[in-house]
Design a protein around this ligand. Structure first.
Ligand code: BES
Ligand code: ZN
Ligand code: ZN
Length: 495
C-alpha cells in the first residue's frame, strides 16, 4: 500500500505528477484549468492534436517541460459531468492507478475538487479507493521478481482544503487494509491459509480491540456442532468456530452478525471435484476473508456499530476418517442431516455457525457470505453476487450498498418449494436438493437454521476470484482475489 499525506491547496507546492480531471469534448475541470495555468498550458497544448476527448475512463499522461515544480500531469477523463456516479470515480481511480504504474511514477498529487453532484470528499474518497484497489499486488510467493515488476508507487499527496475529507483519510486507509487482507487471505494457497491460520489470525485481531473467541474440535464436540465438524473430519487441521466481537456502538444496540464460510480448501470430499475445478478451491474461504476484512476495517475505523464476525474454519479433505456420502450427522440446533454429497459442505459449516450465534448472542440480524454454489456462477456469472433474504428491508439495503461500492448484488428467490426439495429418506434434511435451482436450495438449507431471525445470504462463488476459469479479469485488470464483500459489508453495516 501507498502512504497518503495532506497538502494545503497551493499548486506551487505540488511536485512530481499532478492528477486532475477533464470532461467530454476536452473540457477541463476547474482544478485542471488552474493546473494548466501553472504549467505553461501544457495540458491544453498536448490535447490539441490528441484523440483524447475527456471521455469516460480515458486517461492521458502529459510530460511538462515548464519550470514549475510539477513535472507531469495525469489527466483523467470523467466523461459527461451530469452522469457521474460513485462507481465512476472508483473506475477513474483504477485507470489512473494503472497508468501511474505503467509510467513508473513514485509520488503523485491529487488536486481535489467538486465534480458533478459530488463534493470534494465523496469524489476524492471513491477515486482514491479505486487507485488503491488497482495498485494491489500479490507477490509473497515470488522469489524472482525483477525490479521492473515491483510496484513503484509509494505516496499520494492529497491537495485539499476540505476538513471533512482530511478527517476521512485514515478511515479510508483502514478500509483498504481490510480489503487487502481479504484479498491476501484468498490468494494465499491452502498450505498457507489453513484453519489454524484463521484461528491465529483471529487471536491477533484482539490487538485492534476486538473481543475474540476461538473454539476448537473439543469444544465444538461438546457444543454439538456436528455439521461443521463433519466437514473437517478428513483433515488433520481444524475445525474451528471463530467469534469476533466489535463493540463500537451504544451499549443498548443489539449486535448484527456477519458469518463467513471458511473452507480453506474444498476437494469435495468423497464426492470429489474434477481436477480442473479443484485448484480454485483454495478460494473457498472468500466469505471468511470478507468477514475478517470487514472486522479489521470496522475496528480500525472505530466504527460506531456493534458487529459480531463469525467464521467456520475447516478443510474438506478425503481420508479414512472423512465423512461418507449418506452419513447422517447432527447439527447444533438438533436437526439431523443426511450428507448425500460431501461437496455440499459450505451449508453444513454455515448452518452450525449461524444457529450457534443466534442461540448465544441473539443478534438483531444475520448476514452470511459464502462461495456456496457453482450454480450461482451459471445464473449470474462473475459480476453480480446473489443475495437471498427473508427480509425485504435488509435485502434492499444490501443491494443499494452493493451498488454504491461497485460490488453489485442480484436478489434471488426464497420459497417453500425449495425447502421441500431438501427431503431426506432417513434424516430431518438432506444437504442437497437435486439438480435444479442449486443456489436456491442451498439458501433454503441455511434458512432452515435461521427460522425467524432477519437474515440474508450472499453467494459470492462467481465473484470472489477473477481469472482463467472465471473468464474476465477483475475490474483492476488483475487476476486473483477481489476481496468481494469486505467493502460491501462495511458500507452496509455503517449505513
Ligand atoms: N465451494 C463450492 C462452490 C463453488 C463452485 C465455489 C465453484 C466457487 C466456484 C461448493 O462447496 C460446492 O461444491 N457446491 C456444490 C453443491 C452441489 C454438490 C449441490 C456445487 O455447486 O456444485
Ligand atoms: Zn463443495
Ligand atoms: Zn465449498
Amino acid at each position: 500500500m501507498f502512504d497518503i499525506s495532506l497538502l494545503a491547496p497551493d499548486l506551487n507546492k505540488a511536485n512530481s505528477t499532478v492528477i486532475t480531471f477533464s470532461f467530454s469534448d476536452k473540457k477541463l475541470s476547474k482544478a485542471a484549468k488552474e493546473v494548466d495555468g501553472n504549467i505553461d498550458n501544457s495540458i491544453t497544448k498536448s490535447l490539441k492534436n490528441s484523440l483524447f476527448s475527456g471521455g469516460k475512463e480515458q486517461v492521458r499522461f502529459i510530460n511538462v517541460s515548464s519550470n514549475s515544480s510539477i513535472d507531469s500531469a495525469l489527466l483523467v477523463g470523467a466523461g459527461d459531468e451530469s452522469k457521474l456516479t460513485e462507481d465512476s470515480f472508483r473506475n477513474m481511480g483504477i485507470i489512473a492507478g494503472k497508468t501511474l504504474s505503467a509510467e513508473g511514477i513514485v509520488n503523485a498529487t491529487l488536486v481535489t475538487e467538486k465534480l458533478g453532484s459530488f463534493d470534494e470528499k465523496e469524489a476524492s474518497l471513491a477515486f482514491i479507493e479505486g487507485l488503491a484497489l488497482s495498485l494491489y499486488r500479490f507477490d509473497y510467493h515470488r522469489t524472482n521478481l525483477k525490479d521492473a515488476d515491483k510496484p513503484k508507487f509509494k505516496k499520494l499527496f492529497v491537495m485539499t482544503g476540505d476538513k471533512d475529507l482530511e478527517k476521512e483519510l485514515p478511515s479510508l486507509s483502514a478500509l483498504f487494509e481490510g480489503v487487502n487482507l481479504a484479498r491476501d487471505l484468498t490468494n494465499h494457497p491452502a498450505n498457507v491459509v489453513n484453519p489454524s491460520y484463521f484461528a491465529d489470525l483471529a487471536k491477533k485481531m484482539k490487538k485492534l480491540g476486538i473481543d475474540v473467541q476461538v473454539m476448537g474440535k473439543k469444544e465444538l464436540t461438546k457444543l454439538g456442532c456436528g455439521l461443521l465438524l463433519s466437514v473437517g473430519e478428513g483433515s488433520i487441521d481444524g475445525g474451528y468456530l471463530i467469534v469476533m466481537k466489535w463493540n463500537g456502538g451504544k451499549k443498548k444496540d443489539k449486535y448484527k452478525a456477519i458469518v463467513g464460510k471458511g473452507v480453506t480448501f474444498d476437494t469435495g470430499g468423497y464426492s470429489m471435484k474434477p481436477a480442473d475445478m479443484m485448484a480454485f478451491m483454495k478460494s473457498d474461504m472468500g466469505g471468511a476473508a470478507a468477514v475478517f476484512g470487514a472486522m479489521h476495517a470496522l475496528a480500525k475505523r472505530k466504527s460506531p456499530v456493534n458487529v459480531i464476525g463469525v467464521v467456520g474454519a475447516v478443510e474438506n479433505m478425503v481420508s479414512a476418517t472423512a465423512t461418507r456420502p449418506s452419513d447422517v450427522v447432527k447439527s447444533y440446533k438438533g436437526l439431523t442431516v443426511e450428507v448425500n454429497n460431501t461437496d455440499a459442505e459450505g451449508r453444513l459449516v454455515l448452518a452450525d455457525a449461524i444457529s450457534y450465534i443466534i442461540d448465544k448472542e441473539k443478534p438483531s440480524e444475520v448476514i452470511d457470505i459464502a462461495t456456496l454454489t457453482g450454480a450461482i456462477i451459471m445464473a449470474l456469472g462473475s459480476r453480480y453476487a446473489g443475495v437471498f433474504s427473508n427480509n425485504d428491508e435488509i435485502a434492499k439495503k444490501l443491494v443499494s450498498a452493493g451498488e454504491e461500492v461497485g460490488e453489485p448484488l442480484w436478489r434471488m428467490p426464497t420459497d417453500p418449494a425449495f425447502h421441500k426439495m431438501l427431503k431426506s429418506e432417513v434424516a430431518d434434511l438432506s444437504n442437497i436438493g437435486g439438480r435444479s435451482a442449486g443456489s436456491c436450495t442451498a439458501a433454503a438449507f441455511l434458512e432452515e437454521f435461521v427460522e425467524e431471525t432477519p437474515w440474508a445470504h450472499i453467494d459470492i462463488a462467481g465473484v470472489a476470484m477473477s481469472g482463467k476459469l472465471w473468464g474476465a479479469p477483475n475490474s483492476n485488470g488483475l487476476t486473483g482475489a477481489n476481496g468481494f464483500g469486505a467493502r460491501l459489508l462495511v458500507r452496509y453495516l455503517e449505513s
